[in-house]
Design a protein around this ligand. Sequence first.
Ligand code: CIR
Length: 256
Amino acid sequence: MFKHTIVRTPCSKITDGITSAPELGQPIYEKALEQHAAYIEALKSTGVDVMVLPALEEYPDSCFVEDVAVLSEKCAIITNLGAGSRNGETEFIIPAIKEFYSEDQIGYIKEPGTLEGGDVMKVGDTFYVGVSARTNEEGIKQFAEFFGSYGYEVKAVPLSDVLHLKTGVNYIENNKMLVSGEFIDKPDFDGYEKIVVPEDEAYGANCIWMNGTVIVPLGYPAVQKAVEDAGYKVINVDTSEFRKIDGGLSCLSLRF
Ligand code: CIR
């Protein structure tokens, strides 16, 4: 069960966030703020507290706080972002992490290693880590050394078609996973009960399990039905403005 979450308020420069889909247009800042506020309420309704960090105007993508750290029951790691323009974001998460973890429980990914939290999917005591355009082998090696020393297992999963691992595969507990695109047939996930997300709802694969409830992005009816049929209570949050810059539900928080 999760007790805590950390989020960061979107900044007005969110309009300049990195995107692979410029055809969707720029996010509308005011709407992003409204959607972010609704996201916070959805998190709270699942029984967690929410630490809300202030906007960082110099970093357009800084509301995607999932990428700057990976948190677990026993330890935490501060990442080293593969996206150059986002690189300075990590220093602003450290004080927040230190409120929950002692100095010796915190590790750091260092150059030439890169790793982004969106590439890390926790399944019990196992971490699957995507080898992506943002996360390299050296980053995963450092990650595995650190989390390995706390008894966690780390498995690398190469990916090619999407930004991050969790863009296309998300664990919703009870041995169930939402999978889309290149992850549908990946042998790494053979032992799990796969909920296959149709191609036209691929963005909807990025759902988050929160203490028995699954938060599903608004507007993905096939995903929603599949998650409900799997026995979960569903809450919807509209993420249309974050989608325009490749962000989804998981990217917007750290959950631990
Ligand atoms: C980026 O390209 O870094 C942002 N525009 C989107 C980050 C999404 N984060 C995530 O999937 N964890």
